[in-house]
Design a protein around this ligand. Sequence first.
Ligand code: PGA
Length: 251
Amino acid sequence: MHPNRKPLIAANWKMNDPPVGCYTSDSPFRSLPGVDVWVFLPFIEWYGAHNAGLVYGAQCGRPEPQGAFTGDISMLMLKHQHFHAVLCGHSDRRHFHQESDAFIAEQATAALEVGLIPIVCIGETEAEHDAGKTTDVLKRQLKPVIDVLTAHHSLPTTHFILAYEPVWAISRGDPNKPAATAKDAQDIHARIRSLLPKDRQATTRILYGGSMKGSNAAELLAQPDIDGGLVGGASLKLEDFRKIVEAAESR
Ligand code: PGA
């Protein structure tokens, strides 16, 4: 595996309080020598994460640097508060905020231009999956993102990350929701990799998200094209999250 593809476990706390113990010295939200660990937190938590020395990112960001966008925060403002990365196009944002593929690409561009690492999230819904449209959906979602990468062709590959999150596997609070099987996830990751510009295929990190937990992380992370996880529900349970990080470390 290419050395640029160091495993990354990204916690997505969504609109939840941070788990008790997350800012302690033995918190599982700290990077290890062999694993990057980043926390995508509600904006108001940034100060706690900053003081604790965690690497943190935002769950969304607005492309314009400032202006009349009530309730939003810009990529530039995030950069000023030492955010390291930003999720672009999480399925919650696509669904609840009607974010389009084009707008998500604008966010990724703005993030890159201020020096934030975008993690662009893609993935098909249950209806699209059942109708056999997964590849078409992924191609459609990737197209404007590939245009961004082409426009930033000198960008180091470590500065851009993808997350494949099949919407039908996202737990949304249901701890019994099954993840994609490791084989299916691997097949899709390999397909996504093959759709990237040739010079980025071997080096771009692609995370899997959707009901990753302590009990299935090792199998998912053992797949050659899965470079880490974007973890929602299990990132709110300290010890379950620790197991995921340990699985990434020993892969
Ligand atoms: P989940 O969420 O791990 O709870 O399925 C993942 C995500 O929505 O990013």
